[in-house]
Design a protein around this ligand. Structure first.
Ligand SMILES: *[C@@H]1O[C@H](CO)[C@@H](O)[C@H](O)[C@H]1NC(C)=O
Ligand SMILES: *[C@@H]1O[C@H](CO)[C@@H](O)[C@H](O)[C@H]1NC(C)=O
Ligand SMILES: *[C@@H]1O[C@H](CO)[C@@H](O)[C@H](O)[C@H]1NC(C)=O
Ligand SMILES: *[C@@H]1O[C@H](CO)[C@@H](O)[C@H](O)[C@H]1NC(C)=O
Ligand SMILES: *[C@@H]1O[C@H](CO)[C@@H](O)[C@H](O)[C@H]1NC(C)=O
Ligand SMILES: *[C@@H]1O[C@H](CO)[C@@H](O)[C@H](O)[C@H]1NC(C)=O
Ligand SMILES: [Ca+2]
Length: 771
């Protein structure tokens, strides 16, 4: 059963400090029979007997004295854990435990699970040094107690003596006040037992291992990055303490403290050093980080935020296009332009190192009235991709010619496209934010790094509104038609025009005054209205006039009025201004899809099945729109299916997202046809021939053929089906006296067409006898 949404509680973080080649052995504390370790029973899902510790161990604020070592990669408090298929934390029951690698171990087949409580001086000394090294704020920490548990070369349920093994360790360390858990991952090569859907030979696939902490109530938990994904088998290459394979946490406090490690989300951009000289990006493959020399740009400052450095633009400016289009430039200049072609809204005018190129274009259309036009599609080009936000689109955009279901991430998260309130938002890692509501309202927000360097209908972004109506050659335009026409972009619509020059809107003074009333456009400007807190931030004048203009052009059309008011509401919210509820059941009501409800202030980066954590990191102010009901998150389409052929993800009833393999059927390939990705018949069977042999047939056989006959290489065996077409490929006979360049001809017949290749000139192809 496929559900449209899912509850959310996963943390999905990635660590940065990655080096290749983990030093497997060195990170493990000494263990085994030589160190007088005890062993758990060699059985499936077994556990140690109850162990009473010599001291309390404090975990999420609660002291525990009783622990169990469970074969399935779990150290539990007060109760045994024999569950073999891991679940994501937090669990809905009250079990509290520490899971270095929760998966279906079978040490009856292969491997040992060792444990010992210890106060050996050399162990305590090593633990002391490790904690001091990784927790720089605890220089006097002195370990007084440790408990070492080691899963040594254990294989999985359903495996054998020869199936892959995992070696990992948990060291509990304490000084009576502070309590730590260290995970040391040696060699991790399987993730799943066969009872959890794993492969019997590799131990991969299925419901993969989970690592982290479960506090026994819903509020306290921590999932290690990659948990319950195939990434778990690379966990020995990850760390939060700059030592591959090692993860260290202080666990006694309310929140799990991941040492001094700073997590970066996949795709996140940050700078190394307080000079911001190295620009880095966290890739979402292999937990890697890619860095390059790049200083901050103009009007950017290097700032420390939550332990990491970022080049922050000193400010951002927004250009808005709305209604039958009004253009409100980066510098605040307003004009009405009614062209119906494609126009450049903004791009950098010239190249500046460190400033990525982008361009935003809009295609306008007329909607039945020749004198006015409206936005149709907004197209953004960036990092070599072309993303089109089409008119009326909900939950999908076109990426490089293909329709994709939202959310979409490109270039490892450098470009993100997602639903944001009523609009689709496209955001890049350099701070460009383009939104379009699919109806009439688009905005382009650009950081000040592009100051005095933009071209297009959005102006030149130099804080001077007066010089915004400039032509590409730098001179001032004499009319909006001239201005608009000068920024025309390529357009296949031959009938488009640059709009009317004069008397575009016709409204007599009385009607105009009517629309200025506070129950019409005047609502925007009402001193005690829903936007009263915004008046000081965004000047309502231009929006009121635009609204009246639109109402005059679209006489009494309530949709037009709602859109004009919405434009002001969105402009206010984009700047973080609180607006009050202005829609009602009877006025401009917004209908929301199933399982969602209209909110005047909802996250601009709502959680989706592909990124459950986005609201936690959302830097954009809230926006009006449809908010998912509790327990639901956005997914591109109702089934939660991704726009790819290989992975189909569903949101399970307990909040887990499971992606299973639904690749195309045998004989089909995942390709795009007419913009839609899907499973289509494979055209990959290859038969290779030379002049005298079939080197590989479709099924891989080698065949020699004699020179003196002609052959069918391919021919339908059964009669041609009524709806199919005839196909035939023939190889001609060899003639010995034709010279060295002569090639045996190949004749291909499809339906009524015949093509012949070969003969004396290989470059010439004869079709139906003609060259
Ligand atoms: C903008 O750039 C132009 C040309 O590079 C320069 O002449 C002008 O002074 C700049 N304006 C501002 C406000 O920086
Ligand atoms: C525009 O309208 C005004 C008043 O209605 C009229 O006087 C003027 O001639 C019109 N201009 C054009 C170009 O139609
Ligand atoms: C907006 O309201 C103010 C104060 O009531 C008024 O002075 C101004 O003319 C109004 N502007 C518009 C465009 O209606
Ligand atoms: C109002 O304008 C919209 C386009 O913005 C159009 O779809 C709708 O049909 C119009 N409504 C009326 C009553 O004319
Ligand atoms: C999905 O199935 C295909 C074909 O059966 C296989 O080649 C591929 O490795 C599978 N992918 C995963 C992630 O299991
Ligand atoms: C051709 O017709 C057969 C039988 O009617 C049908 O099963 C098949 O899908 C059709 N193929 C195409 C390409 O339309
Ligand atoms: Ca300007």
């Amino acid at each position: 059963m496929v559900r449209p949404g899912c509850p959310v509680i996963l943390l999905h973080l990635f660590s940065i400090f990655i080096q290749s080649g983990a030093h497997t052995r060195e990170i493990l504390y000494p263990y085994g029979p030589n160190h007088r370790d005890l062993e758990t029973p060699k059985m499936d899902d077994g556990s140690s007997p109850e162990i009473t510790l010599s001291t309390n161990f404090v975990f999420f604020n609660a002291p525990y004295r009783i622990i169990y070592i469970n074969n399935n990669g779990v150290i539990s408090f007060n109760v045994q854990v024999s569950q073999f298929t891991p679940e994501a934390f937090p669990l809905s029951d009250s079990r509290s435990f520490i899971a270095p690698l929760w998966a279906d171990v079978h040490n009856g087949i292969r491997g040992d699970v060792y444990y010992r409580e210890t106060t050996e001086p050399e162990i305590l000394e090593r633990a002391t040094q490790d904690i001091r090294r990784y927790f720089k704020n605890m220089p006097t920490f002195t370990a007084t107690w440790a408990f070492i548990t080691t899963w040594h070369q254990v294989t999985f349920y359903g495996g054998s003596q020869t199936t892959p093994v995992n070696t990992f360790q948990t060291v509990l360390i304490a000084d009576g006040v502070a309590f730590f858990t260290m995970f040391n991952y040696g060699e991790i090569s399987w993730s799943t037992g066969t009872a959890s859907g794993g492969d019997p030979l590799t131990g991969l696939g299925g419901t993969t291992a989970q690592a982290g902490f479960n506090g026994g109530d819903i509020g306290h938990f921590f999932n290690l990055p990659g948990s319950r994904s195939n990434d778990m088998v690379n966990i020995e290459q990850t760390t939060n303490v700059n030592t591959p394979g090692r993860w260290l946490f202080r666990v006694d406090t309310e929140l799990i403290n991941p040492a001094n490690g700073r997590f970066y989300r996949r795709g996140e951009v940050f700078w190394l050093s307080d000079q911001c000289s190295q620009r880095c990006r966290c890739l979402d493959i292999d937990n890697e980080v890619q860095c390059q020399e790049a200083p901050c740009g103009q009007l950017e400052t290097c700032e420390l935020q939550e332990g990491a450095f970022y080049c922050q633009p000193t400010r951002t400016s927004t250009c808005v296009v709305f209604g039958d289009p009004h253009y409100h430039t980066f510098d605040g200049f307003l004009y009405h332009f009614q062209g119906t072609c494609s126009y450049l809204l903004a791009r950098p005018c010239w190249e500046v190192t460190g400033l990525p190129f982008f361009s935003v274009e809009a295609k306008n259309e007329d909607r039945g009235m020749a004198s006015v036009s409206w936005l149709r599609d907004v197209t953004v080009e960036v990092y070599g991709h072309r993303v089109m936000l089409p008119k009326g689109s909900v939950g999908a955009v076109q990426v490089d010619g293909l329709m994709k279901t939202l959310p979409v991430q490109l270039e490892l998260g450098a470009i993100k496209v997602y639903q944001s309130g009523v609009a689709i938002a496209l955001e890049t890692d350099f701070g460009l934010l383009v939104t379009y509501d699919g109806q009439h309202y688009a905005s382009i927000s650009l950081p000040s790094s592009y100051f005095n360097n933009t071209c297009g209908l959005c102006g030149n972004y130099n804080d001077d509104p007066a010089d915004d109506p400039v032509l590409p050659d730098g001179s001032l335009a004499e009319s909006v038609v001239e201005l608009g026409g000068s920024w025309r972009a390529e357009d296949t619509d031959w009938r488009c025009t640059d709009g009317c020059a004069q008397n575009c809107s016709v409204c007599d003074p009385v009607t105009e005054a009517f629309y200025f009333r506070p129950d019409y456009c005047g609502l925007i400007n009402k001193t005690d209205g829903p936007f009263r807190d915004c008046r000081a931030v965004v000047d309502p004048t231009a929006f009121v006039y635009s609204c009246v203009y639109d109402m005059c052009s679209n006489r009494d059309n309530i949709t037009t009025l709602c859109q004009a008011i919405q434009a002001y509401a969105l402009a206010c919210q984009a700047l973080g201004v609180t607006i009050r509820s202005w829609r009602s059941r009877t006025f401009c009501a917004l209908t929301c899809p199933e399982n969602s409800i209209y909110q005047v202030c909802t996250s601009a980066c709502p959680a989706s099945c592909s990124d459950l954590t986005s609201p936690l990191y959302c830097v954009h102010p809230c926006t009006e729109g449809c908010q998912c009901d509790p327990g639901h998150v956005l997914s591109g389409s109702a089934s939660g299916e991704e726009g790819e052929c290989t992975l189909r993800c569903t949101c399970g009833p307990n909040g887990e997202v499971s992606c299973f393999n639904s690749s195309c059927k045998e004989g089909e390939v995942c390709v795009a046809e007419v913009g839609l990705l899907g499973c289509y018949p494979r055209r990959e069977g290859v038969c290779s021939i030379t002049q005298n042999s079939v080197t590989t047939s479709f099924d891989g056989t080698f065949l020699l053929f004699p020179d003196d006959s002609s052959y069918y290489l391919l021919k339908l065996c059964s009669p041609v089906p009524a709806n199919g077409s005839m196909v035939e490929v023939k190889m001609g006979r060899r003639f010995v006296n034709k010279g060295p360049t002569w090639k045996r001809p190949v004749v291909v017949t499809v339906a009524n067409m015949e093509a012949q290749m070969g003969g004396s000139d290989f470059d010439i192809v004869k079709v139906n006898g003609d060259q």
